[in-house]
Design a binder for this molecule. Structure first.
Ligand code: F6P
Length: 381
């Protein structure tokens, strides 16, 4: 990754533009958040002599003024720590749930906390929802810098988010482990990975783990195609297979948004009846259909939050550190209202308005899809 190039904007280290900054983590956690917090706070404190305020539990902390000054000892030894030392939540200041179930707009309280703390800029570490909210804050006069994190890798304008590589590593390892037991029992193992809208995680982990079939939300699947692929494998003497499926994958018939809504797995059976296969999730539906059609023994693994837990990979530690330190140089230069991003091997930044409200899906002509097909992977199409 190349060094930061802020040209004439970079001030002398002794006179940073931002003197007091806030930092918060928002949305689902992921490995690398603490590395990024350290990447921002360490140079901010040591090199630029800024005051750094940690805001706890995401935007709720901003609304309720849950803040504490971060000192060097607070960020020591956290580089490889999973989770986030600041805590996180999915709540947004403009839709804050109250204990009585009411949801209210607390934007004025968030702005008030920012001003009361005397912040020059707020650094938010988050995914799509967080960056959309961050952009809203800029419209209320706050200075914000975003750092892209999510295991889904679905943020626009950045090639990679931190957390993604760690999740791919966990998921690929799980797929690999399923192979020996699949082969021993001659079973079809269906593994469900996270990714409601975007299939980046299933695509990368599926390729890395050598899955025979990869089903992602961007490519509606046809069970006939999947079954034909498994049958062809049987003809070649492969009586076992692995199917990696993103939780948001949908069958071909569920094309319109209305149909998609209908097919979304429900958390609970609404009338108290037991859950149907479709209700239990896409992996159960796929496994059940295969066992019915091909008379093959199937098993389902839902990897769930294991994909978000644990220590960040070295790649994510490096990326999060680079994003964090780059953000601090932007703070020193007074370059606000941007999200730090990765373009190729270069860390740079992009205006928040170009990111807000956009989701980066896997393009159908993505080279990795072609590459996976060339090694014999079926995408259910
Ligand atoms: O962080 C994004 C994500 O990993 C999605 O892929 C997944 O559907 C979701 O989080 C689940 O998060 P939670 O259980 O925290 O709501």
């Amino acid at each position: 990754m190349r060094a930061l190039n802020l040209n004439r904007e970079t001030p002398t280290m002794s006179r940073p533009q931002a003197k007091c900054i806030g930092i918060l983590t928002s949305g689902g956690d992921c490995p690398g958040l603490n590395a990024a917090i350290r990447g921002v706070a360490k140079p901010a404190i040591s090199d630029f002599h800024m005051d750094v305020v940690g805001i706890e539990k995401g935007f709720r902390g901003l609304v309720e003024n849950h803040a504490r000054v971060l000192h060097l000892e607070d960020i020591s030894g956290i580089l490889s720590l999973g989770g986030t030392i600041l805590g996180t939540s999915r709540e947004k200041f403009h839709k804050m749930p109250l204990p009585n179930g009411e949801v209210i707009d607390m934007t004025p309280r968030a702005v008030e906390t920012y001003n009361r703390l005397g912040l020059d800029c707020l650094v938010v570490l988050g995914g799509n929802g967080t960056h959309k909210a961050a952009h809203q804050l800029t419209k209320h006069g706050l200075n914000v810098i975003g750092l892209p994190k999510t295991i889904d890798n679905d943020l626009a304008e950045t090639d990679f988010t931190f957390g993604f590589n760690s999740a791919v590593t966990t998921a690929a390892e799980a797929i690999e482990k399923l192979y020996s037991t699949a082969e021993a029992h001659l079973r079809v193992m269906v593994i469900e990975l996270m990714g409601h809208n975007a299939g980046w995680l299933a695509l990368h982990a599926g390729i890395a783990g050598g899955a025979d079939v990869i089903l992602i939300p961007e490519i509606p699947y046809d069970l006939d195609s999947v079954c034909q692929h498994l049958t062809a494998r049987r003809r070649r003497g492969k009586w076992f297979s692995i199917i990696a499926v993103a939780e948001g994958a949908r069958p071909k018939t569920a094309n319109s948004s209305e149909e998609k809504k209908d097919k979304k797995p429900k958390k609970k059976a609404e009338n108290g009846d037991s859950l149907t296969d479709a209700d239990k999730g896409v992996s159960t539906a796929v496994a059940h259909a295969i066992s019915q059609r091909l008379d093959m023994d199937t098993r389902v693994t839902v990897l769930g939050h294991l994909q978000r837990g644990g220590i960040p990979t070295p790649f994510d530690r490096v990326l999060a550190t680079h994003f964090g330190t780059y953000a601090t140089e932007m703070l020193a230069a007074g370059k606000y209202n941007h999200m730090v991003c990765l373009r190729g091997s270069e860390v740079t930044s992009v205006p928040l308005e170009k990111v807000a409200g956009r989701t980066k899906l896997v393009p159908l002509d993505h080279p990795l899809i072609k590459s996976a097909r060339l090694v014999g992977t079926n995408f259910g199409d």
